[in-house]
Design a protein around this ligand. Structure first.
Ligand SMILES: N[C@@H](CCOP(=O)(O)O)C(=O)O
Length: 431
């Protein structure tokens, strides 16, 4: 399988090259040349398949012969060593819990998959790869954990100072070894811009092989489609039309869901639920894409003003606004609405949702008002404990720290403060 650049000004590349490059030389995101639907029998029998078998069948066409079947199966087995339960919280509404991995956020699957692909590729090359990643909260910790100790790979994480939760910050600043955290005086969008600028900087590119571990990288993005298939496996017997509400920041997760749909999985509609960073909800109203500076919210992983993957979503719908509207709705919610939803879910269902999950829940509620016949699934993208202060304060309930989190609590933060791109560049050149 080859991948082409969405800017159409760079040569097509294999999966391996797309993973190692991260982004095309013309600054475009890579996109698979084709998406071949899986046989009907796959979906008819999905409940009989293991998660590993589902994941292997779904991803193999994209990885193709760049990773032999036995190696790819090994990678998938290592990546999927935790559960993805669907929990029904009220009639016709369920949540898909994506926080049972090592850093308790949905990024664990993509980060570990990419790390292991790069690890496999680095066995056949002597060149070191530097992974640059921008995080608004959860990606950083998952990438730090997934890439820790991977031979031939150095990781540099950029995060906005003061704009991630205490636990998120510990997860990305305390591991050491091949992981470095750069604390940026700015927003997530500033971090993401710096990373993208580095990919176009010849002086850097001549000295090192740079790649990205954000969802712009196909190996980070595509494995997220597993989640939607795992949900279908668990809910198929209900015989209802499924609607997914995805708390959305950089829009990689929801876009991967749409790839699962292209593989033939029945989905009635997608909802991109956002916080007040409403670039996409506004686009869905007006048809005009106007990126804006991001604002800090209690659902910080979604504090993104110019979501990287929205271009892939538009492309999947042939840039046809009407076709997109038929498949996607997008609604923004304020912090106040989010807190009210957290409290409502807790009181009525005895379920503790994190602020991102609560935004997803609000998206389902809004959509189901006009479509009560559907079954809504909102994604719980991170464990509530990662947002300890706001969850405890909103619910008046003390949370117990899971082992994964206790593990990082005693460790010491190490970060390097930077303010502008030149400081990132000089750090990379001096290492
Ligand atoms: N929500 C993210 C922002 C980056 O998104 P990504 O999926 O492209 O890595 C975060 O938590 O850091």
């Amino acid at each position: 399988m080859n991948f082409y650049s969405l800017n159409n000004k760079a040569p097509n590349v294999s999966f391996k090259e797309a993973v190692i490059k991260g982004i095309a030389p013309d600054k475009g995101l890579y996109f698979p040349e084709s998406i071949t639907p899986l046989p009907k029998s796959f979906f008819e029998n999905i409940e009989k398949l293991s998660n590993e078998e589902i994941a292997f069948t779904a991803i193999q066409q994209f990885v193709s012969s760049d990773i032999p079947e036995n190696e790819l199966r090994k990678i998938i087995k290592n990546v999927l060593d935790f559960d993805f339960p669907v929990v029904e919280i009220e009639e016709n509404v369920a949540t898909l819990e994506l926080f049972h991995g090592p850093t308790m956020a949905f990024k664990d699957v993509g980060a570990r998959f990419m790390a292991q692909c790069l690890g496999y590729f680095s066995e056949s090359t002597s060149n070191e790869v530097t992974v640059l990643v921008a995080t608004s909260g959860d990606t950083g910790g998952a990438v730090a954990n997934g890439f820790l100790g991977v031979d031939g790979v150095k990781v540099v994480i950029l995060y906005p100072s003061g704009k991630v939760s205490d636990i998120q910050e510990r997860q990305l600043t305390t591991l050491g070894q091949n992981i470095t955290a750069l604390e940026v005086d700015g927003t997530f969008d500033d971090c993401q811009k710096m990373v993208k600028t580095a990919f176009l900087d010849d002086a850097l590119l001549q000295k090192m092989q740079l790649t990205s571990a954000n969802s712009i990288n196909v190996a980070r993005w595509l494995p997220q489609l597993f989640y939607f298939l795992f949900t279908y496996k668990q809910l198929k017997s209900k015989g209802k039309e499924l609607v997914f509400s995805v708390p959305s920041g950089n829009f990689g997760n929801i876009c991967a869901g749409m790839v699962a749909q292209r593989l033939g999985m029945p989905v009635k509609h997608f909802i991109a639920a956002t916080n007040v960073n409403d670039t996409v909800p506004e686009f869905m109203e007006t048809g005009e894409y106007k990126p804006k500076p991001s604002s800090a919210t209690i659902s910080n992983a979604m504090d993104v003003g110019d979501p990287s993957n929205f271009i892939r979503i538009r492309h999947l719908h042939n840039d046809d606004f009407e076709a997109l509207k038929a498949n996607l709705s997008s609604y923004p919610f304020t912090d106040e609405e989010t807190k009210k939803a957290m409290l409502h879910i807790y009181k009525t269902s005895d379920y503790i949702a994190d602020p991102h999950g609560a935004v997803g829940y609000l998206g389902i509620q809004k959509y189901r008002k006009d479509h009560p016949e559907t079954f809504g699934v909102f994604l719980e993208t991170a464990h509530p404990v990662k947002f300890l202060d706001v969850v405890e304060e909103t619910l008046g309930h003390t949370l117990e720290l899971p082992a994964q989190i206790k593990n990082v609590m005693g460790k010491e933060k190490t970060s390097i403060k930077i303010g502008k791109y030149e400081e990132l560049k000089s750090y990379l050149l001096k290492r």
